[in-house]
Structures are given as C-alpha cells and as structure tokens.
Design a protein around this ligand. Structure first.
Ligand code: NDP
Ligand code: HSE
Length: 436
C-alpha cells in the first residue's frame, strides 16, 4: 500500500519529537498501521533555527498554506498552538479533505464543536489525543476503553508545568519563578506560561475530558478556574501535617442537578496514589459505574511523551483511512447527534469539603465565634488545629477542615468570619476532596 503522506505545521518541542519518534520507530509503526507514514512537508516560522530533529527529506516552508493546499498530503498535523488563526487554517485543511491531528487543547476546547461539525460534514477525522495529559492515552481510554460505563466523576493532575512547579517548591524549597523558567527551558510550558500557572491550560483539558466522559458539548466558558499562584508554603506545610497534599486538580463530576466543572488547588489525602504524582507527571482518576475507580499515569508534557500520543493518532488515522466515516469512533465519544445539554453548575452550587486557614487574636471566645458562624451555615467541622505562630506574628493561625458543604454556604460563612473583629485579614480557603 502506498505510504500515508503527512504535513506537519510546527517543528518545535512536539513537532520535533514527532519527527524523531516517527523516524526511529518507522518499521514498527508501518507494521502496526499497515503502511508507511511519511512526513513529506513541514512549516516553521524560522527556516534557519536549529531543530531537535533532522529535517532531511522534509520540504520546509514558512507558509502553512503550502501544506494545507498540497493535494499529495493526506494528514495535516497541527503543532503550532494558539487558536484564532489556527482555527481558520484547520477549517481550510478540513475543507480540502485533509484528516487532522493536533495537540492543541485551547483550539479543541474553544472551537472543537465547530471543527468537529465541519469534519463530520467532510467525512474526515480530527484526532487530538496529545491535547490532554501529554503521553497518557486518556482520550482513548475514556472514549473506547470505558465506553461501557456511565462515568460518575473524574479528577486529574492535568498540567505538567504546574505539577512540576509545585513539586520542586515543596521538595526543594525552590522559588516559583526559577522553577517556571526551568519548565520553559524543558519545553513543558505553554507559549504563554500564564496558561499553565493560572489554570487555563488545565481548564482547556478538563473541558475536553468532561465532554467525552458525559457526552456534552465542549463548554470551556463554564469551567470554574483557579490557578496555583495562591498556594502558599504555609498551607503546604499545614496540609502535610494534617495528612494531605495540595495538588492542582481538574474535577468533572455528575451531580443530580448538573455537572461540576472545576479546576483549582485541592487537598487530597496523602495515601491516595494521585497525591504522590510528582514533577511533570500527570494522573487522572476516573470513576465509572461498572469499572469502579481507575487511574491513568504518565508524562504530561515534553517532546517524546507528547509525540507518542501524536504518532498513535497518526496510526489510528492511517488505519481508518479506508473505513466508512459513519463507522468511525465519534470525535467526542458519543454520536454527534446524541450529545446532551446537561447543565453545567454555577460555582456556588459546588459541593466539597474545605481547608480553612485564618489568623485570629489569641483571646477567649475567638474560636467559638468562628465555629458559631460555621454552625449557622450548617457546616460541620471535621478537624481543627490552633497552632503556635510559625513566626513572631501576633495572631494565632487556626486551621480547620470541614465536612462537605455547598460553596454558597461556605462563601457566606467566610464573609462573616472575615468581618469578625478578632480575625485578621482574609480566610485562606482550599477545597478538599477525599476522592473515595
Ligand atoms: P513550540 O513553541 O515548541 O513549537 C511551535 C512551532 O510552531 C515552532 O516550530 C514554530 O516555528 C512554529 N510556528 C510558530 N508560528 C508559526 C507560523 N506562523 N507558521 C508556521 N510555523 C509556526 O510549541 P510546542 O511544540 O511546545 O507546542 C505545540 C502545540 O502542542 C501547542 O498547541 C501546545 O499546547 C501543545 N502541547 C505541547 C506540549 C509540550 O509538552 N510542549 C504537550 C502537549 C501539547 P519555529 O520553530 O521556527 O519558531
Ligand atoms: N503546558 C502543558 C503542561 C503542556 O505543562 O501540561 C502539555 O499539555
């Protein structure tokens, strides 16, 4: 059979890794796909830049349209990143009958509904395994491996850069900016690293995971997002003493009245496997009604781990080239006309437990005032610690763990606690999940 011809847009970290993996494993890949997969063209911004891959045999251009309009190209692999212009490029590629493979989570999260509709119309595949959790085949696991289940919830560490930063800060006491610079040098971070730090990248990925888990349209704008910048060393220490780790989690949970979609720092019991996922590694726990909980672990970013997912998509597309479009695995796991509009819950309806840290004057009645407010809002306290100040500060830190309550009740209680004369400053609140 004649080789499948591939044009790659972007030869940076992931593009370079993809070229290397395809070349190194060409024989195995051809045995799996049933034919050779060959990169014939690639587009870059700077033709003179040094690459992590060899470009011998690949025609380079600075204009992605050269590839998109090349009738010889079967599959366009988009590894540039960004959404506006790229969306137009990919819609054009689909219009030209090209299959598409992409690692671009912001593109899929923001424009996936439109892109998939166009792909269905044209009978082409858009594959995006590398868009979530780097090398972990999590899209395939949910879309195919778990397709017999009703997914109840999933929770994951889905940003490698953020987890790398938190781990290095906790284990080695390194400074935030220093670790972020290293993550950038290692090729883990997004072109705009605030996407990693502020939780935007994780929210893109959660949008995709929720859609394929629950059969809902992609709805990035409804995800509640908090990043890692608010995590203090003090909270990491207290959490540790209480038997918890703080991880940045993406959580999607089906509730009776809708779906929670949230990305934020979270206390997790130390004994959970996911609490021990460190560095650039990602992990996702999925609870299905039949399988129970299952855990997926692996490198969340980096050239070759991500290339592993891109190449797997290329092999899938190569295998499906001759199949009837009606009989392919649907882009979002459920048939396009079977997606349902389950409401995504507003943040104040979230149900979770909390870690609270506040600074209070060391006077009789202070603690009673705080606990009375929580009781008035039907919030039960699971544990409470009043510690000696860690430094010479006049106030005493009080740390509380609560039972599950609604965000609405917690917001109201925190507002009243902060208004107490005996409480100094803001209450630091971190959500807590037992992931049972
Ligand atoms: P890089 O910045 O390393 O690479 C981007 C590539 O795109 C470069 O080769 C660049 O060219 C090229 N490029 C930029 N603008 C243009 C343009 N206008 N025309 C043609 N080529 C252009 O990014 P990554 O490889 O890290 O990321 C690529 C995608 O993969 C992103 O969507 C990212 O979110 C996603 N991703 C990244 C992961 C990672 O670990 N890095 C993991 C999972 C997904 P030049 O080299 O000449 O500058
Ligand atoms: N910047 C992303 C991360 C790349 O660190 O997880 C992988 O999607």
């Amino acid at each position: 059979m004649k080789p499948v011809k591939v044009g790659v847009l972007g030869l940076g970290t992931v593009g370079g890794g993809t070229v290397n993996v395809l070349k190194r494993n060409a024989t195995e890949i051809a045995r799996r796909a049933g034919r050779e997969i060959t990169i014939t063209r690639a587009s870059v911004k700077d033709l003179n830049k040094q690459r992590i891959c060899e470009t011998q045999g690949i025609i380079l251009t600075t204009d992605p349209m050269d590839i998109i309009n090349d009738p010889e190209i079967d599959i366009v692999v988009e590894l540039i990143g960004g959404d506006g212009l790229i969306k137009d490029l990919l819609l054009k590629a689909i219009d030209n009958g090209k299959h598409v493979v992409t690692a671009n989570k912001s593109l899929i999260a923001l424009h996936g509904n439109e892109i998939f509709a166009k792909a269905c119309e044209k009978g082409v595949i858009v594959a995006f395994e590398a868009a979530v959790a780097g090398g972990i085949p999590i899209i395939k696991a949910i879309r195919e491996g778990l397709s017999g289940n009703q997914i109840e919830w999933l929770a994951g560490i889905i940003n490698g850069t953020g987890n790398f930063i938190l781990t290095e800060m906790r284990d080695k006491g390194r400074e935030f900016s220093d670790v972020l610079a290293e993550a950038q040098a290692l090729g883990y971070a997004e072109a705009d690293p605030t996407f990693d730090v502020e939780g935007i990248d994780a929210a893109h990925k959660l949008t995709i995971l929720a859609s394929i888990a629950f059969g809902i349209p992609l709805q990035y704008d409804k995800v509640y997002i908090e990043g890692i910048a608010g995590i203090t060393r003090l909270d990491v220490e207290y959490a540790n003493k209480l038997g918890y780790r703080i991880k940045h989690l993406g959580i999607a949970r089906k509730m009776p009245n809708g779906i929670e979609l949230r990305v934020h720092p979270t206390l997790i019991p130390k004994r959970r496997l996911i609490a021990n996922v460190n560095g650039v590694m990602n992990a996702i726990v999925i609870k299905g009604d039949a399988v129970g909980p299952s855990l997926y672990y692996g490198a969340g970013a980096g050239a070759e781990p991500t290339a592993s997912a891109v190449v797997a998509d290329l092999i899938d597309v190569a295998r499906a080239l001759t199949s009837d479009p009606e009989n392919r695995v649907p882009h979002l796991a459920f048939q396009a006309d079977s997606l349902v509009d389950i409401p995504v819950l507003p943040a104040d309806q979230f149900k979770t437990a909390y870690y609270l840290r506040l600074n209070a004057e060391d006077k009789p009645g202070t603690l009673a005032g705080v606990t009375r407010i929580l009781a008035d809002h039907h919030i039960s306290i699971e544990g409470i610690i009043q510690r000696e100040p860690l430094d010479d500060a006049p106030a005493i830190p009080i740390i509380m763990l609560t039972e599950v309550t609604t965000e609405h009740e917690m917001n109201a209680a925190i507002e009243k606690i902060e208004a107490l004369k005996t409480v100094n400053g803001k209450v630091n609140r971190i959500r807590l999940e037992t992931l049972r």
